[in-house]
Design a binder for this molecule. Structure first.
Ligand SMILES: *Cc1c(COP(=O)(O)O)cnc(C)c1O
Length: 384
């Protein structure tokens, strides 16, 4: 057990193994969320005075119960498509429009019209919409997504800053945008930068804040600086938790100097990532070409992140968690793709068909990215 509690903050499921094993007798495969952990993560964000508003990036996990519990904490929501907005309104029909941000990218004109007519705060991330369709923004407040040329994250595909990323407005376009805004009575009330996902360096957000302040000082209407999401979770059980307190202290220093500006944050993964686990069962075992494979019932259709981003998820034989390690295993699913590997080179105890396997950090970008590829089912979500 000690390897699960080596970090400062023990991972929630290390004290719920019996309960999870009981659950796995009823549900062979499931995605389980621990609501106390989600609420605890929200509370830890709200404890940081530097953030005036926190918006949950719902693409990370749009489970209805999760959304309802988050709304009870009075958090806002960040949406990237009309579909997300409509789902949010289905689940939370009385939510106030000021609690919803709309941050589209290369979206059709109709998406902007939909969001503006719904009185949502729209973040424009290109010159094009303002130049081609200025009238739809007339008399509206908007935010601009700025590409500061600083991107980061756990994989190239989640790095959303710099020349090779499709996101954001570069500084050379700002003068033209301001002319369009003045001509059409469009009020630029905020600047936004989201530079990637799973960024370990606290200074990322401080650098963003500094640079956005510099730009905002040239646009008098701006009072909001949205520093994006990207707060990391612990991928490996031995990782240290992210130091939110340090980020808070550094941002408060800035705020003292520039009290005009509100700081907003829009995390997704941080709120839900660690709170979810996948439970599944061992199907078959195989030795081949010097590799030892452990097959499990769920595959890349349920958990695409390892194939998509080389993402690391801890994989534990929950039925035998206290037994000695005997094998180095490759964990694979039942999908007809060579990329259907959930973990490489993992230390495992002697494992047999039917053992319950836990895959950690499955609360973010797991169910929301899952598909029925191969016409395999996506496991049911269960809240504990
Ligand atoms: C995805 C996304 C986020 C959330 O990213 P996390 O890494 O889950 O925190 C925030 N803002 C924008 C614009 C996004 O696209």
């Amino acid at each position: 057990m000690s390897k699960f509690i080596s970090a400062e903050r023990p991972i929630w499921w290390s004290s719920k193994i019996t309960q999870l094993l009981e659950l796995s007798k009823i549900h062979r495969n499931a995605i389980v969320y621990d609501m106390d952990t989600i609420i605890g993560n929200v509370n830890s964000l709200f404890e940081q005075d530097a953030f005036d508003e926190v918006f949950y990036a719902m693409k990370a996990n749009y489970n209805s119960s999760v959304l309802k519990n988050l709304a009870n904490k009075n958090i806002g929501f960040e949406c990237v498509s009309p579909g997300e907005v409509k789902h949010l309104l289905d689940v939370l029909p009385y939510i106030d429009a000021t609690k919803i941000l709309f941050t589209p990218n290369f979206s059709p004109k109709e998406d902007y019209i939909f969001a503006l007519n719904s009185n949502l705060m729209v973040t424009v991330d290109s010159l094009y919409p303002l130049k081609a369709w200025p009238n739809i923004f007339s008399n509206k407040k908007i935010m601009l997504r700025i590409d500061l040329g600083i991107g980061d994250g756990h994989h190239e595909h989640v790095n959303t800053g710099g020349d090779s990323s499709k996101f954001g407005i570069t500084l050379d376009k700002l003068a033209e945008i301001q002319i369009i805004a003045n001509a059409h009575n469009i009020s630029i009330v905020g600047l936004h930068t989201h530079s990637g996902s799973g960024i370990l360096n606290v200074l990322n957000w401080v650098n963003i804040a500094n640079k956005l302040i510099e730009i905002a000082n040239t646009i008098p209407s701006v009072t909001i600086l949205n520093l994006g999401g990207g707060i990391p979770i612990r991928e490996k059980l031995s990782d240290n938790p992210f130091d939110l307190g340090q980020l808070n202290t550094l941002l408060l220093d800035l705020k003292r100097k520039y009290s005009k500006y509100e700081f907003w944050l829009e995390p997704g993964r941080y709120i839900v990532g660690e709170a979810g686990v996948i439970l599944t069962k061992v199907t078959q075992l195989k030795e081949k070409g010097g590799n030892y494979y452990i097959g499990v019932e769920i595959g890349m259709n349920t958990l695409i992140r390892p194939a998509l981003y080389d993402a690391y998820h801890e994989i534990i034989n929950l039925s035998r968690y206290s037994e000695p390690i005997t094998k180095n295993a490759t964990i694979v699913g039942p999908i007809c793709e060579s990329g259907d590997r959930l973990g490489n080179n993992r230390e495992f105890p002697s494992t047999i068909e039917g053992d319950t396997i836990l895959i950690a950090s499955a609360g973010a970008y797991v169910r929301s990215m899952a598909s029925n590829y191969n016409l395999r089912e996506i496991p049911k979500e269960i809240i504990i």
